[in-house]
Design a protein around this ligand. Structure first.
Ligand SMILES: Cc1ncc(COP(=O)(O)O)c(C=O)c1O
Length: 376
């Protein structure tokens, strides 16, 4: 008889709850697809990098042959862009795959994995699916980290892996370099691997902290092509560490041909398309400020300030309402957001996460929320 491994069998959490599609919401509420604002998955509303899309098309002619199993050409392009040797880079089918490789390579069943609550749910979903134990450190508030408490837990519990997200999801807050260094220093000389997830780094208009991997041999930085590069459907992400010894095991345990020709070609071209990233980031920065201004002075809701990412939290101030009731009312009006009571641990039912998108979509969201503020 075939048997599911004990870790998988004992996993009690449901798998990831994805954001809803435009098509499903349009069909459910009788709306035109173009009248649905998709503000729940933090994708790029400008679509893929045009250079990447052309490169994916061109790579079609190669798909009868197996790709290079280690994605060498993409690793070279990433290395050249960010100043690392290709041996210091591992590529995955989305950053999510790299997270799973890190968990498998650097922890064993029963090990503790440290993270803030709330955080990107994949950290704890994979942790539990693989029989590891998530250790949550609550944020001090919906906007502030509590790095003192995080460091206490790191020192006391000696987790196998410590995740930090820069900028954090779902708050969009940017941890300081000093706090990231404190984490890396507290883990130095121990068995803890520090993982810095920089999926949304472009939107902060800072270069991020790949360079810190040169100071800390137990630090790895992860990034994705799903956000600023606009390639969420292509599935591409990577990890970088100055210490190649940290990365080699990840390449060795990955599913052998985890990336195809079209993926690697798209990634290489996207890295060369700074104009697309710059245009996207400029729009997000402008629309984030526009939305903050438009939502000032609501009674039932409050846009939580301080996000440096392409999403922000909305707090529900009216105790009669929950994130799920507001989420459903927004859906009826053709606005898809994230209900934090479903998607994130530790935020209860008081918050929504909303993407920063193009003006048409933000106006639809602003109009819908203002309407609910006046007349529930
Ligand atoms: C914080 C964070 N990290 C990583 C990812 C994974 O991205 P992907 O697997 O699409 O590369 C996401 C996706 O939403 C995210 O929010």
């Amino acid at each position: 008889m075939v048997r599911v491994s004990a870790e998988v069998l004992n996993s009690s959490r449901p798998p990831y709850t994805p954001g809803q599609s435009r098509e499903a919401v349009a069909a459910r509420f009788g709306l035109a697809i173009e009248d649905v604002a998709k503000l729940g998955s933090a994708e790029n509303p400008f679509g893929p990098s045009p250079k990447a899309a052309a490169a994916v098309d061109a790579a079609r002619s190669r798909i009868d042959n197996y790709p290079d199993w280690s994605s060498r050409a993409l690793r070279e392009a990433i290395g050249a862009k960010y100043g690392f040797d290709p041996d210091c880079v591992v590529c995955g089918s989305g950053e999510t795959e790299v997270i799973s490789l890190v968990l498998r390579a650097y922890s064993r069943p029963g090990d503790r994995i440290l993270m803030f609550a709330p955080c990107f749910p994949v950290y704890h979903i994979f942790t539990e699916q693989e029989g590891r134990v998530p250790l949550f450190v609550p944020l001090a508030s919906a906007t502030d980290f509590d790095f003192d408490r995080y460091l206490e837990a790191l020192r006391a519990e000696r987790p196998a892996i410590a995740f930090v997200t820069n900028p954090h999801s779902p708050t969009g807050r940017l941890p300081s370099e000093a706090d990231i260094r404190r984490v890396a220093e507290a883990a130095a000389g121990t068995d803890t691997l520090v993982v810095l997830d920089e999926a949304y780094i472009h939107f902060t208009e800072t270069p991020g902290h790949m360079a810190l991997t040169r100071d800390y041999p137990h630090l790895i930085v992860l990034r994705t092509f799903s956000k600023a590069f606009g390639l969420a459907g292509l599935r591409l992400g990577f990890g970088v560490a100055a210490n190649a010894g940290l990365v080699t095991p990840l390449r060795n345990i990955k599913p052998t041909w985890n990336l195809g020709w079209m993926q690697t070609a798209g990634g290489i071209a996207a890295l060369d398309d700074d104009a697309h990233v710059a245009r996207t980031v400029a729009m997000v920065v402008e629309m984030r400020a526009y939305t903050a201004q438009a939502l000032a002075g609501l009674n039932r809701f409050r846009m939580v300030d301080g996000s440096r990412s392409n999403f922000f939290l909305v707090e529900i101030l009216d105790p009669e309402l929950t994130s799920t009731t507001v989420f459903e009312r927004l859906l009826e009006k053709g606005v898809i957001v994230k209900d934090c009571s479903i998607d994130f641990v530790g935020l209860g039912d008081r918050f929504l996460r909303v993407d920063v998108g193009v003006k048409k979509d933000m106006d639809r969201f602003i109009g819908a929320l203002r309407g609910l503020d006046r007349n529930w």
